[in-house]
Design a protein around this ligand. Structure first.
Ligand code: UDX
Length: 444
């Protein structure tokens, strides 16, 4: 029989988790303070673009297993859940590297006083190590059921664009429990995830601290891998070598692996950039700041990609961007997403405009979010409109639509057939054969 589950926070993480838990057969209530978001979700439409999510939402709303509410009492009601997942955001604090935990804290502050019966709280949000133990203490002070309420950490490793698959077929499930005083959390998690565990997915039980660190260190490793290959791309540029061939050559070594070795304008999004910064801040608080100083370098290599792409563009148009017409294809931080948080593409477009160019941006899905973040850029309805009269064209997000562009057709629209391939996703020979000046990042 399915479990009764409440999921607090219905952003990327929470909405996906709620929908997927219902898909597994559980009775799920998604809880948020944002009633607009809930209205959209309740109508079967996610307020963001995630392939396949709307279908899972609709199916489970129809079969009655998935509902949404702003009411905490409804979620904690004796007839409803005693399994509570926290999936709210933990953004970067303003003006600091550290994570802002106010959303997590306020879920606990509102939920704990309502917990009169034994319950399990599973944190999924990415948090600084030590947060779960701290929240356990808060719960102890606020919940009428006192130490019958257990706080465990169950980090989420999902990627945007693959969120459903990553939730229903994860590489592993990590559960952090209080090793000194283990309660029912492991048993409850095994029940919640029984269908997934039955398929052979590894289920790792660790301390809460290890579970929290598993998430932050995974993201730190991925960011490091991308900055490593981008640093190699800088060397390739000056040495006349080719980063794609280099990545292939080293990636065949299974100890290295070819995945996440794509050089380009670097990483962005709502996770990697802020998570490595929060990790550095937390290590500093704990007195281990030296251990993570390399992440500063990872961050600066990544930011340098944006600056050097702007510089390359300026050089290619003859040394000054003033008055240049620039077409930017791609605004999302990666393809199959409408997310523009800390997007390298949009950041580069903005910098180029600030240097005096007129910039036309097109993205298949991220137009609305981009307009909100960067209202001063010009937005085109399609590739053709963005490229009309362009002195230079930049591909900054590797959408399928851009990979398949026809260089001959595009050449008839632009003023100058110059292209910067910021994701090394185009075939240089094909573009050069049509008369384009092709520039990859770290490629010949
Ligand atoms: C990431 C982690 O992958 C995921 O496990 C975690 O839960 C959340 O953070 P996500 O932010 O969705 O997921 O994106 P991801 O696919 O990891 O890409 C992050 C950024 O790195 C993107 O901007 C992408 O374009 C860039 N990237 C990725 C590269 O520049 N090169 C690569 O080889 C891979």
């Amino acid at each position: 029989m399915g479990c009764k589950i409440a999921v607090f926070g219905t952003g990327y993480l929470g909405a996906t988790h709620a929908a997927c838990m219902a898909e597994l057969g559980h009775d799920v209530l998604g809880v948020d303070i944002d009633s607009n978001k809930l209205a959209s979700l309740a109508s079967g439409k996610a307020p963001f673009f995630e392939p396949g999510l709307d279908e899972v939402l609709q199916a489970n709303i129809e079969n009655g297993r998935l509902r949404f509410t702003t009411s905490y009492p409804e979620a904690a009601d004796a007839d409803f859940a005693d399994i509570h997942f926290i999936g709210v955001a933990t953004p970067q604090k303003r003006g600091e590297f550290a994570a802002d935990l106010s959303y997590v804290d306020s879920v606990i502050a509102d939920l704990a006083p309502l917990l009169t019966r034994p319950a399990t709280i599973f944190g999924k949000s990415t948090v600084p190590v030590g947060t779960a133990a701290r929240l356990q203490q808060t719960v102890l002070g606020l919940a009428p059921a006192r130490d019958d309420v257990e706080v465990a950490w169950n980090p989420e490793f999902l990627r945007e664009g693959y969120a459903i698959r990553d939730t229903l077929q994860p590489d592993r499930i990590v559960l952090g429990i209080d090793r000194e005083r283990p309660g029912r959390a492991e048993q409850v998690a095994r029940q919640v995830y029984s269908d997934i565990i039955a398929t052979g997915v590894p289920f790792l039980v660790t301390s809460r601290e290890t579970a929290e660190l598993a998430k932050t260190s995974a993201n730190a490793f991925l960011a490091t891998k991308i900055s490593f290959i981008n640093a190699m791309a800088e060397v390739c540029d000056v040495a006349g070598a080719d980063i794609i061939e280099l990545a292939d050559a080293i990636g065949y070594d299974p100890r290295i692996g070819r995945k996440f070795l794509n050089a380009g304008v670097g990483f962005g999004g709502g996770c990697l950039p802020k998570d490595i910064r929060a990790f550095m801040a937390r290590a500093g608080e704990l007195g281990a700041n030296q251990a993570l100083t390399f992440l500063r370098e990872v961050d600066s290599i990544n930011m340098r990609r944006r600056a050097s792409t702007v510089e390359k563009t300026r050089e290619l148009v003859g040394g000054s961007l003033i008055g240049a017409r620039v077409a930017v294809l791609g605004a999302a931080f990666k393809p199959d997403s409408d997310d523009v948080r800390d997007s390298p593409a949009l950041n580069i477009a903005g910098q180029i405009q600030l240097q005096g160019a007129s910039v036309a941006v097109y993205d298949p899905k991220a137009m609305e979010n981009s307009r909100r973040l960067f209202p001063t850029l010009e937005y085109a309805v399609g590739v053709a409109e963005a490229c009309i009269g362009a002195d230079i064209t930049l591909v900054l997000t590797e959408w399928e639509e851009f990979r398949n562009l026809d260089p001959a057709k595009l050449k008839t629209l632009v003023r100058e057939p110059r292209i910067v391939d910021g994701r090394n996703c185009l075939d240089p020979e094909r573009w050069r054969a049509c008369g384009w000046t092709y520039n990859g990042l770290g490629t010949r």
